[in-house]
Ligand binder design. Sequence first.
Ligand code: MIC
Ligand code: SF4
Length: 643
Amino acid sequence: MGLTIAQKIIKEHLISGDMAAGSEIALRIDQTLTQDATGTMAYLEFETMGVPRVRTELSVAYIDHNTLQSGFENADDHRFIQSMAKKYGLQFSRPGNGICHQVHLERFGKPGKTLIGSDSHTPTGGGIGMLAMGAGGLDVAVAMGGGAYYITMPKMYKVNLTGKLRDFVTAKDVSLEILRILSVKGGVGAIIEWGGEGVKTLSVPERATITNMGTELGATTSIFPSDEVTKAFLEAEGRGEDYIELSSDADAVYDKIIDIDLSALKPMIACPHSPDNVVTVESLKGTKVNQVCIGSCTNSSLFDMLKVAALLKGKTIRPEVSLSISPGSKQVLAMLADCGALSDILASGARVLECACGPCIGMGFSPNSGGVSLRTFNRNFEGRSGTADGQVYLVSPETAVAAALTGEITDPVLLGSMPEIKMPEKFKIDDSAVIPPASPEDADRLPILRGPNIKPFPDSKPLEDSLAAPLVLKVGDNITTDHIMPAGAKILPYRSNIPHLSQYCFAVCDETFSERAKAAGESIIIGGNNYGQGSSREHAALVPLYLGVRAVIAKSFARIHAANLINAGIVPLTFADPDDYDKLAQGDALRIDDIYAGLDSGSLTLKDSSSDIEIKLSCSFTDRQKAILKAGGLLKYVGQGNL
Ligand code: MIC
Ligand code: SF4
């Protein structure tokens, strides 16, 4: 039987396990990346492992999220990460050098390699044929220490592309279309491979937009073949030697095949507050717009920015709209400046922000109260923009420009003809903002520089055989990590200070949660489907751990969050019958006995003494996951000699 591209890479990196969908596999990881919002914690965890130097082929520490320095906290964290990188053998990408995924694609990613990153949009690397996955910080720390990365062997889905995108219809519209078809849960447990004749018409930045946003499908990752287009991109980056050809076998077998005719697509838009709430742009025409933001790891490549500049050239944005543009990397910004496109952007009235995540994670540029904000980003979860009642829509750069110029949601086709965008044969290469590590001989003498904002991470305890605890919070479907542990400019500086962060846990849904959980001592959370979708932030597990949460019972979990819960020593359990969710009420006194035996048999009984009912729970943990839970989390398990 033939293999898919992902299966070929997995086969080459398989340390243990059976490549049958649903089985646990252990993978050798070639490259890792971290960003600063998850990085401080990941490096604190790495430090406790006592490994003298990273054991990967390449590990990069990026600073791109927490770049507003409105106090000492972020600057201290940057300095801490820089000192860790220098000592332990990592490349350090300085603030200003760009968004981790964009820079990694340009300067470091290699087809056929495995990459894990402490950021859920790490699959961007799939645009050049990498097996690139988002992971919790602790999993990345283990991989840096030379340990394997464990995942459930995914199913294989294929999206078969035919035709060619028309002017003003873009890779972003392809991403939105697949979200419309599959929903935010549609990719759970699967790798999405993009193939068919239409693939050849898509450039690397377009492919990377699509693999980036595959995260919103819940997919383990997304991947494109590595072909002549990939080769030309790597050559233009001066890295032709990194190219290898990669394609699936003609007789590869897929669990699902979806056909998309690129020529038939229209400009699409995701409405508040979910990336799969997708309709055509045309259907919302005339809706007034207050703010437009162009950038983020989804749409900040030179290709995107040149299109934006060409469409803005000689025009002025509407006075009632504010437009921000954040180029994805220093390379993109420098090339925009060199070719004059930056002047066209500035002359239009846009505000050019630094090369960082910025508004995407609420680091500034929050919309006005109730404001309508059109963003080229990948997430529009409620409150994520920093304005609680902000109405965020997700669109392509073309649709974003059309709104900035007209003040309302407008089909970009109405902008006239699309200027031809010529990509350079060579990108401008300047790696001066990437600081290499010290030599192993010098590393010993180097200090680690810590600020007062860095607090120890919460201690977990070994799993007990019985748990009696109140149902402290009951939430519905598709709860995101932005609900569990919100981000934004005010809170993000405390990513290395779990006690401080804890007061904001679940504040979006329930302002009293933190107090109530603390008062309860130990507690249980009940969730619906796809609990924990979105970010890879392990803070969405570490903070509940700090607040005493011992188990989360949900209808289903998002992949990275489930792994983060196990790593933190919190037990993720599912309802054997999802309808039992309705039988439980917040405040109920819950009890689970014989947990050790239940973990082995795969079934536990939840007793609700408030209503005197019993509910069956399922758990299908691997032996390794059981051992981690029993030890009280992955750090404890690694401490027992299990790296
Ligand atoms: C996000 O887009 O939500 C983030 C911020 O990049 C997160 C990481 C984080 O919370 O630090 C992600 O996607 O994993
Ligand atoms: Fe940064 Fe936004 Fe991309 Fe997350 S999704 S890495 S916050 S740009």
